[in-house]
Design a protein around this ligand. Sequence first.
Ligand code: FAD
Ligand code: MLT
Ligand code: ZN
Length: 388
Amino acid sequence: MVGGSVPVFDEIILSTALMNQVISFDTMAGILVCQAGCILEQLNQYVEERDFIMPLDLGAKGSCHIGGNVATNAGGLRFLRYGSLHGTVLGLEVVLADGLVLDCLTSLRKDNTGYDLKQLFIGSEGTLGVITAVSILCPRKPKAVNLAFLGCPGFAEVLKTFSTCKGMLGEILSAYEFMDNKCMQLVENHLRLSNPVKENPFYVLIETSGSNAGHDEEKLTNFLEQVMSSGLVTDGTVATDNTKIKMLWALRERITEALSRDGYVYKYDISLPMEKLYDIVLDIRSRLGQSAKSVVGYGHLGDGNLHLNVTANSYSSSLLKAIEPYVYEWTARHHGSISAEHGLGFKKKDFIGYSKTQEAILLMQQIKGTLDPKGILNPYKTLPSSSS
Ligand code: FAD
Ligand code: MLT
Ligand code: ZN
């Protein structure tokens, strides 16, 4: 997403793929301890067999490693319900730049003995240490999961549907994702997926996860009646069986893949106040006009996180100049973050100043200097080059 794992100059690549063992699973507390190279989907399968789920889920689940997830503080589709890895990761084992093994691999829910060092490595993109093992808290597997895929006539209706859904589905709400019609056209055209509802300017995916199927269904039915009768939603479909659930999720999860088949992709991952979330897509679309192929907006609306993506037939520096730094200035003006969940990597590191103060950046550089004085850990990434 941001070139965080891409070697650019003289790096040595380190693979953790063979570190793929589960170390322990506490079936009472739901605490999984595993090596960093375990694949997320396989971990989810492992804990599901024991009646739990992983607290995070994302489109890359089939290939990404838990160590990579922690290193990038990946957000994803369950963030709305289970929160950030800063909350669910209980412990880490990390190899530091000088070879010292830092054992913070505890499985305690509460431990206020001094600084919580593991937090430094969560989201540090491999620049402070190599994560070798993770202890993570897993929620119980929900007994009932429902997924609603709904069409909305405008972005105002997407927001009102969210607010209604928070009020009416409350404790069983586990995901609220949105995509615009342009995204739908891309998944239809490039991946041959089909739109299960009437064509609309926007679509939302609402997932509920609870412990009582009858109770959840009743709540969802009341909610759907409310949003359909008030015109917030014009068409929709609901899934409870696994096959249809997977089919509906694919429409949202595979947007990234459809975009990459559309051409060269300029990717932006922004946090913004919810009511401003789509304004930037409209603004960029009119600013770029015919010079862009597609300008799309989708993402984790429930977390105030927009994925703004622009495609073109090929890379063009003039198109890039029309997007950046405009998109970062726009975001900073609205007090947003220029990287909500993808980190800074190689591509965004020099723009950190749009979201962090000089004092904060300096302290980050001091921490990096202390932990990695020779600059050998994921060099050239995350922090700005000293000249900028
Ligand atoms: P890599 O890509 O290999 O590495 C990512 C970064 O972490 C690099 O900087 C690398 O140096 C560092 N790193 C990797 N392993 C370690 C380690 N053991 N110790 C220290 N540093 C390490 N992200 C979201 O937040 N939400 C989403 O919804 C989401 N959806 C995605 C959907 C798709 C289809 C794709 C391709 C990506 C998506 N992402 C999403 C990005 C995703 O978070 C990352 O791709 C993933 O978490 C990184 O894990 P990885 O194993 O692939 O790491
Ligand atoms: C997603 O939510 O699909 C991802 O973060 C990937 C992307 O932004 O393309
Ligand atoms: Zn995302």
